[in-house]
Design a protein. Structure first.
Length: 584
């Protein structure tokens, strides 16, 4: 039956599993069966480092079988629904409903309707209150759960922060009560209260929220005794010895990031005021270069990949970055293995960096000025020194680089026309700077995104500009940029609008997400599938104005995510917010 289905779909390699380095586990004999779910296509999910870490970690436990599920393309979904079938795991073709726990990775708010689609396809009630003991526990982790409230109706539990330690504790506690739960001696709510004792675990059904006449949160409190008032974010304290998967799965089809990834650090030494990732991965921790080099050798030996990417929020700030890159170049230069870097700080390209990048394949250089003027960079708290940048750029061009990618944002507080003009001017200077050592100017790719003032950042109290204002600024840049070597790409402003609403929203958005799903919203993170009209209709159906969630917030207001302790106090965020006000 499965083979017949695969013959009818596009890219059957998404669904066959059995990749290189898949562990051999006996699903039927496992004490705890864990479904690891990424609510997007296989090639996106298999590029996610968090999925790989949790997958390897859980399968390293003898009595746990962890198997993967991803979203289906419509052709596969139509066949499954027509034949009254649900998703089958990639490892043993086991039905979703046979798992004890299903853990979703939430990396983008625009994947929320895909979550509901996976549950619906597998006949699991969408709302947690409707599930029985025979259904899997539905849990979630990932960056989006720094504000889990818009999805509170659909999940039994959230793991706030890094999941490596919390998920092991949660599974251990579940194992202790599994038998009485399955036999009905322990209710679902009683089990959730027990599991909520694990630090970092949030069970939304144990809490209630009251709103005032203005629609602001008046009270957030536990409904039952024993539920913690604050949820403290988890993080791996001993990061250097934290689990990392050396049995790196090698897909049969090309995925988005088809390479080995080395995670060199978590957290960030910088304090950019717009960056939610800093709060998500706070505090700063590093792996030792000697351990990373051993891991790199082993990963390449077991996979045959020809590219290694260094992963972290600010890899160029990694304290042993030159030692690490020198070591990687020495290990792999003769083997033709490239070393690629994410966005780097300008100061890191000075001095010895030119010799390092000259020794690797030219995989591209990415920088994130974020704003065209020094004034706005100061507002953002962005440490970007133009002198260092252009000095490093000279070295990069001399080493053979021809293309540069730059990231900027629109909709910044106090943004003016001269700030937009400065984006074009800066990109032009980057292109022309190559003329110092080559007659041809460089091609510069400029990615432009709208600022989303996200939770747990100093900018969380600012309003977000709507699509109309962002369109006006996008049009200005399009009309003013005439140099064909400057290639602008603009993120879909309606998608940014929706992401802003969902990331800053409260519990009332659960019914909007459900309404959008029922109207057919799927794959909202994909520009060719996103339908803003379906979401607009869903908001109207629920009587909710989405623009209310993008308005300026009062510092005295209880925000929907204030019950989560990320390790950076609200007072510290407010102090940074006040510094912004003093600068604009």
């Amino acid at each position: 039956m499965i083979d017949d289905i695969l013959l009818q779909v596009n890219k059957p390699g998404r669904y066959i599993g059995r990749e290189w380095n898949v562990p051999a586990k006996e699903f039927k004999k496992a004490g705890v069966r864990f479904a690891l779910v990424f609510p997007d296509l296989y090639e996106v999910g298999m590029s996610n480092l968090g999925i790989r870490i949790i997958y390897g970690l859980l399968n390293s436990i003898d009595d746990v079988s962890c198997e993967r599920f991803f979203s289906c393309e419509p052709d596969m979904e139509n066949i499954l629904r027509k034949n009254s079938l649900g998703n089958l795991s990639l490892e043993t073709a086991s039905p979703f409903r046979e798992f004890d726990i299903a853990g979703f990775s939430l990396g983008s708010e625009l994947d929320y309707t895909n979550v509901l689609n996976i549950l619906d396809l597998n006949s699991v009630p969408l709302e947690s209150r409707l599930r029985e003991n025979s259904h899997p526990l539905i849990i979630a982790g990932g960056p989006c759960v720094l504000n889990p409230e818009p999805m509170h109706e659909f999940f039994d539990l959230f793991i706030i922060g890094e999941a490596e330690e919390a998920v092991l504790e949660l599974i251990g506690l579940y194992r202790e009560h599994q038998e009485e739960f399955k036999q009905g001696a322990l209710s679902r709510q009683e089990l959730l209260l027990l599991l909520a004792q694990v630090e970092g675990v949030y069970a939304p059904s144990l809490y209630e929220v009251k709103y005032n006449a203005e629609g602001k949160i008046e009270e957030f409190r536990p409904k039952v005794e024993g539920a913690p008032l604050k949820i403290k974010k988890r993080f791996a304290a001993n990061f250097d010895s934290a689990f990392f998967p050396l049995e790196w799965l090698v897909p049969y089809i090309q995925i988005i990031h088809d390479r080995v990834t080395l995670e060199v650090m978590r957290g960030c030494p910088n304090s950019c005021r717009f960056c939610q990732a800093r709060s998500c991965y706070y505090p700063l921790r590093e792996k030792k270069a000697e351990n990373l080099l051993k891991m790199a050798q082993e990963l390449c030996r077991r996979t045959g990949y020809e590219e290694i990417s260094l992963s972290g929020l600010s890899v160029s700030d990694y304290s042993q970055v030159q030692e690490l890159i020198c070591g990687l170049v020495g290990l792999f230069k003769e083997k033709g293995v490239a070393v690629s870097l994410p966005s780097i700080k300008p100061g890191s390209a000075v001095g010895g960096f030119s010799s390092l990048i000259a020794g690797t394949k030219k995989t591209g250089l990415t920088f994130a000025p974020e704003a065209g003027t020094v004034r706005l960079r100061n507002v953002l708290g962005k440490d970007f020194r133009e002198g260092d940048f252009f000095s490093g750029l000279s070295q990069a061009y001399a080493a053979g680089y021809q293309h540069v990618k730059l990231y900027f944002m629109l909709g910044l507080p106090s943004e003016r026309e001269e700030d937009l003009e400065a984006i074009i001017d800066f990109a032009q200077r980057v292109s022309n700077h190559r003329k110092n050592m080559n007659p041809a100017p460089a091609r510069v790719n400029i990615s432009i995104n709208a600022l989303i003032p996200k939770p747990h950042t100093p900018m969380q109290w600012f309003a977000m500009e709507g699509p109309a204002a962002i369109k006006e600024k996008q049009d200005y840049l399009k009309n003013r940029a005439k140099n064909r070597r400057l290639v602008f790409s603009f993120h879909n402003r309606d998608m940014s609008f929706l992401e802003g609403v969902l990331s800053r929203g409260d519990r009332r958005l659960s019914r909007v997400i459900l309404a959008a799903f029922k109207q057919g919203a799927r794959f909202d993170a994909w520009g060719n599938r996103f339908s803003f009209e379906k979401w607009r209709s869903a908001f109207q159906e629920c009587g909710i104005d989405p623009c209310l969630y993008l308005e300026e917030r009062s510092r005295a207001e209880f925000l929907p995510w204030d019950f989560i302790d990320v390790g950076i106090s609200k007072r510290a965020l407010a102090e940074e917010f006040n510094k912004i006000l003093a600068q604009i």
